[in-house]
Design a protein around this ligand. Structure first.
Ligand SMILES: [Zn+2]
Length: 328
């Protein structure tokens, strides 16, 4: 863990912007290969170096505008990858390996109880790939997930599902595209053999949104109150603030193996099942109130936090304070 002190007075606008991030994951318990293709713009002058955060990553290759770089052309240490003398616009393609099973920090991509899951707020994305891992870097992401079809029939990421299909050797893939720029802390990926409850919501402009709650198998019946709460939240944000949901699909994952309480990743909220699942036989009124509140909270973040986000982590209270106010 890097423990350098950060002061708000030292804030500087980033010298580079990462416009587009295309990620490809070849999922494996211990050897997951991540290919990260970034379209980058330099805003500072030529002497400004690009410093990408990266922790617990095994670098395989760095390709700059189609040419693979030699080790002498970049600097690499346990926390960063640095490139010098870059042009104003370039494409950087980085391939690295991660070990999700050994990731007990549960930041970044990890494997727990047979499920691949991510947690990237605040600085987990640097454990997935090399990146300027700070909230004022807003990028448009696409994600291709490749995995064993039988072990991981459900492949999820942010945005809309644009393509899926079968591959050789019992594998399959899904391609997700999120059209809205977002910071890396809102990035998410989930893969596993999960149960599913499906519903839909018609927005104020008559757009039909597909709603899914994915859970550990056997828990499907306990998802109905959470689904009702989600639809009520969507309606409330429209009635009260004129805020319509902006993707075609809204996915919730509620599993025992997610260690954090709840996370508002764009279009793919992830919860610990404890906070979301309830049956009328055993749950109390306060359990139900808690579910409505947490589902609403993460949904409301779609506008207060995700579309309108924070510049740096000193602004955390802006998105959290406002969203807590909204869920209350
Ligand atoms: Zn929150």
């Amino acid at each position: 863990m890097s423990m350098n002190k950060v002061y708000v007075k030292d804030y500087k606008k980033p010298a580079f912007e990462i416009r587009i991030v295309d990620l490809e994951f070849n999922l494996d318990d211990t050897v997951t290969v991540v290919k990260n293709t970034m379209v980058i713009e330099r805003h500072g002058n030529e002497d400004e170096s690009l410093v990408l955060n990266g922790e617990e990553l095994q670098l395989q290759s760095v390709v700059l505008d189609g040419r693979e770089l030699h080790k002498s052309e970049y600097e690499l240490d346990n926390f960063s990858l640095t490139l010098h003398k870059l042009s104003e616009n370039f494409i950087l393609e980085i391939t690295n390996v991660i070990n999700p099973e050994a990731n007990t920090a549960l930041d970044g991509l990890y494997k727990s109880s047979g499920i691949f899951c991510t947690q990237n707020e605040p600085e987990g994305f640097r454990r997935i790939t090399y990146f300027i891992d700070r909230p004022d870097i807003m990028s448009v992401y696409s994600t291709k997930i490749i995995a064993d079809k039988e072990k991981y029939p459900v492949l999820l990421s942010n945005g809309n599902l644009v393509e899926k299909g079968s591959l050789q050797e019992g594998k399959h893939y899904a391609l997700w595209k999120d059209p809205f720029p977002k910071p890396s802390y809102l990035y998410a990926l989930v893969a596993g053999d999960l149960g599913k409850v499906n519903d839909s919501f018609i927005t104020m402009n008559k757009k039909e949104i597909e709603l899914n709650i994915y859970c550990d198998k056997g828990n499907e019946e306990k998802c109905s109150f959470a689904m009702e709460s989600l639809k009520n939240s969507m309606k409330w944000d429209e009635d009260r603030f004129g805020r319509e949901y902006d993707l075609e699909i809204y996915n919730i994952v509620a599993v025992d193996s997610f260690n954090m309480g709840a996370m508002e990743n764009k279009g793919l909220n992830v919860f610990n099942s404890h906070y979301v699942l309830a049956s009328a036989d055993t749950a109390t009124d306060s359990n139900f109130m808690g579910i409505e509140s947490v589902i609403g909270h993460e949904y409301f973040h779609n506008w207060t936090g995700n579309r309108i986000t924070c510049r740096d982590w000193f602004q955390l209270t802006l998105k959290e304070g406002l969203t807590v106010f909204r869920d209350q």
